[in-house]
Design a binder for this molecule. Structure first.
Ligand code: SF4
Length: 367
């Protein structure tokens, strides 16, 4: 596909001007070439958010708490084990272990947790996104590579792509000024890939970015994937404004008014959720641009099952996780509760064959 791959300029034109249905057809053709058997995969797993305490206070996040908040929590090892027991009983093969940047947690906490989980359970640990890894490295005066190596030896299997949002420091300065910059997010992923760990990549769009920022984000991911090949999947999801600083218009730019539009945004109102058409347009563009990433995930957690079904005709070939538990998106007030049977039915009735996969996207069961 290289050589004939789409350029940034052509992608920008498509994102801004293409008609939605032809764009979807283009993405669907590419999806069919990459996955001709018509399988749509999903993983049975549970999100375990070990703490909601976070010093970053991102403006799009409704999940975090200050360390002294009455709502702050830190799960005990026993609570985490109980959640894993339930996950395994439901046929789960993976836990997604993520949390905020808790100022009191040291490497010791992470290592003993990883080792204790691995000693008890045959389960994959997909955990600690780049902001957590980079925070831990800085705390212990370690390099990113050293930190990843230590965590990997203790049992960390793969890394989720959270914390990417939009890989533009101009946008990050508005969304999450305390969070790691684009370079560091990419550096964590590159080092993880070089250590043989597989990771996913994400993009949160539909807030204050413009179409150019979306294309730059995709280009940085594609460029890293050309060098390492370590990304298993790309997961675009749209900003959910409920209960967030950004959603109420208080986002520190001096505008302070959610009804005011951003002339550089895809959306006339940058702090409202992206529409279904905007979601599908960006999703299709992701499939078209990321010719070196095999899997594109539909986000039923933010879009609901019905739109996720349509996403399967706009380039997506994976349904993500059954999400036995989900806390972060639910904090915004968006909460779609679905069972594994709902997912099987949604995939089948959209005309595809459902299959359960593992963390590395190997099919382990067909239905
Ligand atoms: S998005 Fe992550 S890093 Fe940002 S405040 Fe929420 S928990 Fe913290």
């Amino acid at each position: 596909m290289k050589g004939s791959r789409i350029t940034k300029r052509a992608a920008l034109r498509l994102l801004k001007d293409a008609e939605l249905l032809p764009l979807g057809e283009m993405a669907d053709r590419i999806r069919k070439e990459m996955h001709p058997e018509g399988t749509v995969t999903f993983v049975v797993d549970r999100n375990i958010n070990y703490t909601n305490v976070c010093i970053n206070k991102c403006r799009f996040c409704a999940f975090y708490c200050d360390v002294d908040s009455p709502h702050a929590y830190l799960l005990s090892a026993e609570e985490i084990f109980r959640k894993i027991d339930e996950t395994i009983a439901l046929g789960g093969t993976q836990i997604l272990l993520q949390g905020g940047l808790h100022p009191h947690l040291t490497m010791e906490y992470y290592l003993s947790l990883l080792k204790a989980i691995k000693a008890r359970y045959p389960i994959a640990i997909h955990g600690f996104s780049p902001p957590e890894i980079s925070y831990l490295a800085a705390k212990h005066d370690l390099t990113i590579r050293e930190t990843l190596k230590i965590l990997k030896e203790a049992g960390l299997d793969s890394i989720p792509g959270g914390g990417a949002e939009i890989l533009s420091d101009r946008v990050r300065e508005i969304l999450s000024p305390r969070k790691i910059k684009s370079f560091t997010w990419l550096k964590v992923m590159e080092e993880a890939h070089l250590l043989g760990m597989r990771t996913t990549a994400t993009m949160m769009f539909g807030s204050v970015e413009g179409p150019e920022d979306i294309i730059d984000h995709l280009d940085r991911i594609r460029e890293l994937q050309d060098r390492t090949g370590g990304f298993t999947a790309f997961i675009p999801w749209s900003f959910q404004p409920g209960n967030t600083e950004l959603g109420i218009g208080d986002w520190g730019t001096g505008i302070g008014n959610r009804k005011k539009s951003n002339p550089h945004s895809l959306s006339p109102n940058p702090v409202n959720a992206a529409t279904a058409a905007e979601y599908l347009r960006v999703l299709a563009l992701c499939r078209i641009y990321l010719d070196n990433i095999p899997n594109i995930q539909a986000s039923w957690v933010t879009q609901g099952l019905k739109l996720a079904q349509i996403a399967l005709r706009f380039g997506a070939n994976d349904f993500g996780s059954t999400m036995i538990e989900e806390n972060v998106v639910a904090s915004t007030g968006v909460s779609y509760r679905v069972t594994k049977d709902d997912i099987l039915h949604a995939i089948r009735s959209a005309g595809f064959h459902p299959a359960q996969r593992d963390t590395c996207y190997n099919v382990i069961r067909r239905f």
